[in-house]
Ligand binder design. Sequence first.
Ligand SMILES: *[C@@H]1O[C@H](CO)[C@@H](O)[C@H](O)[C@H]1NC(C)=O
Ligand SMILES: *[C@@H]1O[C@H](CO)[C@@H](O)[C@H](O)[C@H]1NC(C)=O
Ligand SMILES: *[C@@H]1O[C@H](CO)[C@@H](O)[C@H](O)[C@H]1NC(C)=O
Ligand SMILES: *[C@@H]1O[C@H](CO)[C@@H](O)[C@H](O)[C@H]1NC(C)=O
Ligand SMILES: *[C@@H]1O[C@H](CO)[C@@H](O)[C@H](O)[C@H]1NC(C)=O
Ligand SMILES: *[C@@H]1O[C@H](CO)[C@@H](O)[C@H](O)[C@H]1NC(C)=O
Length: 935
Amino acid sequence: MRVLPFLALLVLLNIELLGGVWRYNNILMDEKLFTTQNAVYLKYDGFALIEWEYPESCDINNKSSPNATMICTSTGFQMVKPLVSSPKQEETRHIFISPSTFTFVWYAVMSTNSSTETGYQILRLWIIDPEQADPAEINNTALKPSLQSRYTTKHFYNNGQYPVIQMLTFTQTLLGSFQNDGWYWEAEIPGDKEYVNLYIFGQPVSFQHRLVMDSQRIFYWTEPEPHIGERAVSLRLAPGCPLSLVWGTCKRHHALLLSDTGTLITKNAFLTSEELTVNPGVLPVPSEGHFTVDQAALLEDGIIFRIGGALFWRDNQDGVLTEHPELPTSGVKGLYQRTSCISDYPELDVELSSLIVWKENLLLLGPKRLKTPGRSNFLQIVPIRLPRITILTAAFGSQPSYVATLVLYGYPGVGRQQVVISYNELSRSWVSTFDLEDLPKGHFKMHFLVSAHQALLLWNKESVLYHDNYHRFQDNSINVSHVIPAAFGNKIHQVTWDRRWNMLVKMENNLLYYCKVGMHKLVLLPKWVKPDSRMVLYVNQKDQINMLTLTSDGLYVQNYPMDMEAKSAMKDTHHGCPFITFENNMNAVCYFDKGDKMVLWAKLVKQKYNDVYINFFRNRIDLLSVIEKTFEISTDVDVLKMTFIISQNVDYRDATNYKDLVKKTTGIVAMELIPSQIGNTCNMPKTWVSHISVGCPRNRHIRVARPWGIPCVMYSLNNYTIPRSALRNLQHEDLVVNYEWDTFGCLFEMHYQKPFRPDLVLYDGDNFVRDVDANFIVWERFGRKDYSFNATMRQVACLREAQTWSSMLTEGKISGQVWGPENYQSCFNLAPGKLGNLDETYEIMNRSSTNFLTFTQEENTLYVFNVKVLDPSYSFCDLHAVFAVKTYGIQIPDFEYVTKYSDVVFAFSTICILAYNFFRFVTIFRNLMANRPTF
Ligand SMILES: *[C@@H]1O[C@H](CO)[C@@H](O)[C@H](O)[C@H]1NC(C)=O
Ligand SMILES: *[C@@H]1O[C@H](CO)[C@@H](O)[C@H](O)[C@H]1NC(C)=O
Ligand SMILES: *[C@@H]1O[C@H](CO)[C@@H](O)[C@H](O)[C@H]1NC(C)=O
Ligand SMILES: *[C@@H]1O[C@H](CO)[C@@H](O)[C@H](O)[C@H]1NC(C)=O
Ligand SMILES: *[C@@H]1O[C@H](CO)[C@@H](O)[C@H](O)[C@H]1NC(C)=O
Ligand SMILES: *[C@@H]1O[C@H](CO)[C@@H](O)[C@H](O)[C@H]1NC(C)=O
């Protein structure tokens, strides 16, 4: 009886082998170019084609050719199918021809004359019509426009078209300048030497009623792998293992493709790849002639291979495989490398880990470099305080600071439980995340999706599960949602996803299932490659799916039009979307300082009576407060708009322990805006989660604005002298100060009689934020005391005696440490106790007050002032700056000469007066003696 299913499988297999597969694409393999202006290339891979079946509104050049070209004149779904002579029918597809008129494309090339020394590359841009472009323009090797493209580009230029270039790592946009001699634009691109990732945006200018599509381009400059020489040994997976892909954490274009015939490495997202081999060094080469690898991780300075239970190091410099002292030599069960870069997260003072290594009951974390790890050991143990644990798998969490692991644990005598626990690398604490009692057994892999709460995908060879601890979607009322029923007799090879939560489950026989993450119902997609091809899916930096097929001739890379395929497969099915559009203004990374306000919004357009709303999720509820507002407009459709006003309700004034309060009220909050229900056909936005860093934004600082009309004098002196009489602390000698131009900046030259109030400006890096309206204090850096302020406490309307330097100082030494936001008390608030003397000098300044600095009237001199913001509720940053003032206007013919001369004159006249007094005294005394009455 057991034979029957086996036979059935054989029959099925036979049909599979007899049947063909067919696929389609356009000339640039771009999903946006399936329009009436562009040809669709149909390709039948098999032997039984009779002819293509296609709609009347389309035309095929040779309907019996397996390589046919189809052009459609009407938009919408077009049913296409190859008619075959074999008993098994081929699959039907509904190719969606879009009504888009964006059918011209920017062509971009880096002119090879890049001068890397100057840090600039020259980018050349022109416009092509993909259907009429030269082959070199299609395969990206053209350096100059073809005749046809020159004509197109020139017309666009004359109509006012120009490109705007936005680099991913650079906030500024760049403009190209048109080169009349070559008919292209050129722009200077400040460059990373390894790769450039940029967007090209055009203007809404049309030619032949068609527009130019915006595009993303990535350029790579790759260095070859070190030459291993004769000792090169290859690295392979165990025989029969399906392909396995590994990519760099922050460099998705660096990747390894492991197979049972060898390992390929790429540094340009598989534009080119080469075999990766190692020099075995002192390691014995296994008898089979290659190393059998289980897993790999791509670090910045080398590659880690798991071979058996040991980890080995292959250095990028020499390609030698070694047992590294920092790596465990036995018992390693698994590796997990962070899959997306932490640059999508607010900047931190500590580097989060990039690698997880686990043994039976030991969890280790490592950074992205091995040789200069930036921590004491490359791998550090994370202690887990649970009894009798077995680590099954591990991954990084939905928020980058979390590390999660699936473990079995139990107290002796009681059965063991299965849970996912998470460790926060920033707070160094564990939380329990999911109880997975009913989890099927088997070797699981896991991955967390970006979210404000943990959202987890778990899969083994048979099933994929989605968990979230917040019931993100309404219909997901149970915590476990079985995404995939095990596909008939086949095993899951790979589960992959893009940023919009499109998920593909790839089976070992190359069948693909599609769904939105978290949906119960899967969609089987038409076959794209033959079941026996060795294929793996790779999501590139543009968030597109590439199919990597390894054949005996080498590696083939194809763009896979996932959206088109999913659309085609879901036509006329029950799959749908509960809303029409969903938009929001979420930004992956935001910074939130004291007093800031931020508005988040989301807009949902839906059919009437559809019961879908917008869910707002966040963690760290204690950090920020939210006011929620809902607007609903009902016309033919319902429009639901929600705004969330984010602010912070913390009073930092007069805090008993300011530093503790700041520590307690800072951190990173994740916020998420998402529809309460989604469906497989929904269009999701690119981002719906914001990570908001509450605290001092990186690079925030203040500068002292140069007063209007005052020149900035630089490098006019090296040092200057402060007479000891002008110093606050008693000293025996005058002080010679070396003027540090880099620190103190330029000299503001001011008339000695003119009072001065510095105006402070807030900057983030080099970007102006706003003028500072907070209270601040000023003190002379080298201890001068010969300056003052021109207002009294009464004049600025103090209600009680204000703080002053003399009241704040305990040891008589002025420094920024003794007075600051942590102990500032405003004199404008009435406090119980004495009023004090309001006629004293007020020493606090503010942009809007009448308190100005006044300088010594005795000589022209130089001050270096420190300035520091005092208001505790102004910013989380320690805002301070330095400015220098040089006074002029006191008329002394020759300053130095006169000082010395006057000293001499003074000394001389003192001596004269003393001498005169002495002689006078002697004379008087003598006279007294002489006139003394005699007794
Ligand atoms: C159409 O394609 C078939 C199959 O490749 C070929 O035999 C035939 O010559 C082609 N016809 C034309 C007109 O090119
Ligand atoms: C179809 O195109 C492929 C390359 O895309 C080529 O290898 C094959 O020979 C072509 N077949 C025919 C019948 O033209
Ligand atoms: C590179 O520079 C050389 C000389 O400066 C010039 O002859 C050549 O045309 C340039 N090549 C490109 C691609 O711009
Ligand atoms: C690109 O096209 C040009 C011109 O047809 C051809 O010479 C070159 O070999 C092609 N390069 C690649 C990588 O296909
Ligand atoms: C002050 O600078 C002058 C040059 O401008 C130099 O000759 C002199 O040695 C410096 N004095 C001190 C004390 O550094
Ligand atoms: C200080 O001097 C400034 C500038 O001359 C003046 O505007 C301001 O009124 C003075 N403040 C007081 C309290 O007199």
